[in-house]
Ligand binder design. Structure first.
Ligand SMILES: *Cc1c(COP(=O)(O)O)cnc(C)c1O
Length: 389
């Protein structure tokens, strides 16, 4: 009798992660290489991913103050030196005070950031800041009009507590296209915006510039600037098919990206269902012949999309096995008639490689009619995550 829990688990490959870091160092160098750990490290698990990323990359990017606090706590527990950490999401004045104490840098993205200045003075703390410019995404960041109306002028008189270390922006349309015209326009807007910051806000000319996420870092060399902020591709996935196509052209060959994550589930039971049996809620599937099924203790609660019902397969003993009937909250039923010789428990690979076969996150996202960014970040934080060499 096995004593391991009857529950699915995620495996993170340290070798794959190291390969992806090396790929970005080779492709984007001499730019520094940063890793984006938002969204529970794209579903990989913040803690487990820190054990792979910390010390391997130059900067850690997160969205929320809580994620930055968790990184500092992890460093304390593991007796590791402080990494450079930048919160790229929204911060309140009190967040700024707490993050200044932890030596975490934050992004100032709109005029509301001025509220942090008196709070920092009152606390007697200094904060390193990167100024976000909206160059055409329409999301956060000072617009050109806002800069010219003086929205960022307060930085010039806040130098006692705020040091502007960087300027950044984010692309709107790099992974959906193979022509990077819009991105080039955004790059031009960025340089123009930095000039306004220099003239009006007292920002130094040699401020650290960063713009590129995975796609731009791979396919748009002028976007690499001083540091690249690599999210999805540090986990070994291409941002899109278009990016992959462009990379072949721009780089001459496809750089190595290896998926870091696999997802496995033990069966809770393997059994035969007679011909004519119905399977799952709604009786949407009926066995045409006697069918050996494996019931897997994993479902949409864990992040396996219900929209994959009727389309998905998993791998058992190197063979594709159809997911039959609907994906349930805590269960999947798969047809293992030809994948196993007896009724002993099996281990199914929901994501990753088994022998010659592979299920990618792009494939799962396709079944669910969405993108892999979404299916990855929907992986339940409760799942057991194991780092393997
Ligand atoms: C998410 C994000 C990234 C990383 O994007 P990927 O496409 O996953 O590489 C970089 N910068 C900002 C501001 C982001 O929000």
């Amino acid at each position: 009798m096995s004593t391991s829990p009857v529950a699915s688990w995620l495996e993170l490959s340290e070798r794959a992660y190291a390969t992806n870091v090396a790929t970005f160092r080779a492709v984007a160098g001499p730019a520094r290489v940063g890793a984006v750990l938002k969204g529970n490290a794209y579903g990989h698990g913040l803690q487990e991913t820190l054990s792979l990323a910390h010390g391997r990359v130059d900067v850690l990017y997160v969205i929320t103050p809580a994620e930055a606090v968790a990184i500092r706590a992890w460093e304390g527990q593991h007796h590791r030196p402080r990494s450079e950490v930048l919160v790229i999401g929204a911060v309140s004045a009190s967040d700024c005070v707490e993050l200044a104490r932890l030596h975490v840098s934050v992004v100032a993205a709109d005029r509301g950031f001025a509220d942090a200045v008196p709070a920092l003075r009152a606390a007697g703390l200094k904060l390193d800041v990167h100024v976000h410019l909206d160059t055409g995404l329409g999301r956060e960041g000072f617009t050109r009009a806002g800069l010219e109306a003086g929205e960022a002028d307060f930085f010039a008189s806040a130098k006692d507590v705020v040091t502007v270390k960087g300027a950044l922006s984010h692309f709107a349309n790099t992974e959906d296209v193979t022509e990077q015209d819009y991105a080039r326009t955004q790059l031009n807007n960025f340089e123009a915006g930095v000039k306004v910051l220099q003239a009006r806000a007292g920002v130094e000319a040699d401020v650290e510039r960063h713009f590129a996420a995975s796609a731009a870092a791979l396919v748009l060399p002028p976007s690499r600037l001083d540091v690249v902020r690599v999210g999805i591709s540090m986990y070994g996935l291409w941002p899109s098919a278009e990016t992959r196509l462009s990379a072949r052209v721009v780089l001459g060959a496809l750089p190595a990206l290896e998926p870091v994550l696999s997802w496995k589930a033990p069966s809770q039971v393997v059994k035969w269902l007679p011909a004519g049996s119905y399977v799952g809620y709604g009786c949407t599937y009926r066995c045409a012949s006697e069918t050996r099924v494996a019931v897997l203790p994993v479902g949409y609660w864990d992040g396996y999309p219900r929209l994959a019902s009727g389309k998905a397969h998993v791998l058992v003993n190197g063979r594709r096995c159809a997911v039959i009937g609907r994906v349930m909250m805590n269960h999947l039923i798969v047809d293992v008639t030809h994948a196993t010789k007896d009724d002993q428990p099996v281990v199914a690979t929901l994501l990753g490689r088994d022998g010659e076969e592979q299920v990618s996150m792009e494939t799962i996202a396709g079944w669910a009619q969405t993108i892999h960014y979404e299916t990855m970040t929907r992986l339940g934080p409760h799942l057991r995550r194991v780092v393997v060499p």
